[in-house]
Structure formats: C-alpha cells, structure tokens
Write a protein that binds this ligand. Sequence first.
Ligand code: SF4
Ligand code: SF4
Length: 442
Amino acid sequence: MAEPAKEIVVDPGLDETIKKLTPKKIEDTINKVLTKGAAARLKVYMQTCVHCGLCSEACHFYLSHDKDPRFSPVGKVKQTLWEIVKRKGRVDGEFIKNCSRIAHTECNVCRRCSMYCPFGIDMAYLLLLVRRICALLGVVPQYLQDTVNSHAVTMNQMWVKQDEWIDTLQWQEEDAQDEVKNARIPLDKEGAEIMYSVIGPEPKFLAQLLGNISIIMTVAGMDWTMPSFDGWDNSNMPMYSGDFETMARVERKHFEAAFKLKVKKIVMGECGHAFRGAVYDGPKWLAWKEPPVPLIHAVQFYYELIRDGKIKIARKFEQPVTIQEPCNIIRGRGLGDMLRYIMRATCEDFRDVSPRYEHNYCCCAGGGVINCGPPWKKNRVEGNRVKAEQLKATGAEVVITPCHNCHSGIEDIVNYYKLGMHVKFFSEILVDVMEIPEELKV
Ligand code: SF4
Ligand code: SF4
C-alpha cells in the first residue's frame, strides 16, 4: 500500500492501537463485517465498478493534490477495501493503520463522487465500511475516538456536564435579555411546539449561538423548549468513527428527549452532520423507516420564519457575502433554494459560488475529518485547495455557512490560503439584520 503523499502524521489512535492486534483478530473482524454487515450491497458495488476513474474529478482531495490517483475515490477504495476482500482479511496491523488513515482522514464521506459515477456507486458507503472495520479493531484517530468516548459516557460530544449545560443556557438567556426584552430559553416545557437541539461544541465553545436562538425565537414568538437532560446534543461522531452501536444510542436518546417533552417537532441548529445522523444514518441503523418525530434543519426553519413574516428584515447585511453549502443538507436534502432565499432576503450583495447546489465541493472538514484533530489539520487544509480557489473567485468578504464542521473547516482554509474572509452562521446575520418589534426593545 502507498505511503501518505506528504509527511507522516503521528497519531497514537493509529500507531499504538495496531500493536494490540493479532492476525486472527484482524481476519475474524473483517470477515464478520464483510459477511454479516455488508453482504449484497458490497458485492453489487464491487462487481459493478469498472475502475474507469470517472469519479476522480469529483473528489476535492484528488483535485487539490494535482490529480494524484491515490486520492481519487476509486484509488482510496482500491488501496483499502478491495485489497481486504482480495486477501480475505489476511492483512497486518500496518495495513489496517493505513486503511484508517485513508478512510478517516482522506475522505469526508461527502458523496459527491457517487453523482459522477455512471453506475451511482456509493464510494462513501465503501469507505465507511472500512471505517467500521477499523473501529471494531480499535484503530481510530485519537481525537475522533475521544469524542466517541464522550458520546458513549455523557451522551454529548464534548464531556459537558449537566450543570455546565444548564448554567450556559441561563448565562446565554441573560445575555439575550440585554438585546431583547423577555428573551427566554425555556427548559423542559412539556407540550411545546418545538424542541430545539444543538451540537456539543455550542455550549463548549460557541455559547453566543444559544443566545442568538433565544433572540430569534422570542422575536418570532415561538413556543419552544430545550431539554435540561441528556438528549440535548444532536451531534453524532460515532456515526463517522464506525462505532454504529454508539451512534444508535445517541440518536435514540435525542428522540427520547423529544418524546419526554411531548413536543410536536424538533428544530436542529446549524449543523450538517447532525442532520444526517438524525434523518438518515441513525434511523436506518435503528430500523426506523422515518425519524419518529418530525425534524427540520435550521435552514428550513429560518426560511419559514422569513417567508411567513414571523421575522422581518430591518436592513440588509452590506458586505459582499458568499456561501458554503453543507453536503448533508444540500446534496443530502435539497435545501439549496431555501438557503439562497435566506441569503437574498438578508444580504445586499450575495455572490453565488460555482459549482453549486448538489455539485458544490465539500468543506473537507465534515465526515468526522476535522474531529481527527490537530495532527491531521495540514492534511485537511491541503486537501481542499479547490474550495479556497472557489471561494476566492467570488470576491466575497464573508462566507456564511449553516454547519459547524463547514464553519471550522472554512475558517482553517481562509487562514491557510490567506483569503481575508470572515465566516459566519446564519443566526449571526439574522440577529444583526432583523427587526426588533417596539415592545421587545430594551
Ligand atoms: S471525499 Fe467525497 S468525493 Fe472524495 S472520495 Fe470521499 S465521498 Fe467521494
Ligand atoms: S466507482 Fe464508478 S466512476 Fe468510479 S471507477 Fe468505479 S465505475 Fe468508475
């Protein structure tokens, strides 16, 4: 198997864990996944792929590495899963380590490539299968595994304790009251119309986003609540590490919170992967046909608030802006028009990107790649030179993106390629430009 294209990255999650593997454990684990976890779908994909390489041009890693075939989707699968199948699981620890590197850090499971394959082969699925094997063998980048451990123990991604969670909400409620009279973050309100849920990093690093939603909900006159108990975090890193048992526990807990509060629907904050977990991967693993409680993403929620006149725009944001479209809500759910509706309603000078909608490039942070942490940061930003070029071509000064992974990934690209842009969430723009009714002015 080929070595990484650039420098070797030291990561105990890969380097140390493979020391505990035995040939028997590797072979048994692989064969269990291949026969019980994959079966027909894997067979169909393997027998259908003609190795034409048409999927290559779809991948930002391939394009950003000057079309190095090792970074093409088919190249990544060829170096990992196809070799594993060919050797019937008789591979060594070093091979598994390279599989984990490729599947966890050189693919965002963004599914752009499956749109470019004439047969629609889902290469992201195949690389997730590689992650599954690595996770069952315990070979996962250390930072990513830490978030999975946190999910397993605390039911949130960031080791946030319940009293910290409640304190943060109360602190943000007070801050929101400085902006809007009677702003609240109602906790555990049974029978409310909406349960609002967020990802773990919000109370940990971006608490002002909780204050923003309090302002938006108050101005829009919404009947809403947030749980004070486990289930408030809608993020799901085990979905990306390959620990699907923990993924299912996390998704179940999120919906149980909604059941307990007897709400009519869930509105999720600005995050793409959390939406994927709640709408697709989680329910599928739990054998649910649909999410058991109606659930919408913040983009749809903001779109409906503006469309229905529940929030009015007082003055538009003036700086030139562009967008980063999160794969999981645009390619995955088709919210591209709603997103542009909000952009045009709130911003004076919106400069669209090319390619766009479902053809847009991934941020290169999603799919758990940014959660692999600082050791892999250089790998990640160098893997998305095309995104930097795409954003630069718009001439915008601000990038708006309704996703935490996109937000952090684009910030890194902006700094690394010196794009001189700022990155914002929609809620930051909304609280800036919306009309505050007279009776709510402080
Ligand atoms: S990063 Fe996206 S385009 Fe590239 S191989 Fe993975 S799923 Fe395909
Ligand atoms: S996945 Fe599709 S596009 Fe890519 S090499 Fe195989 S057949 Fe060709």
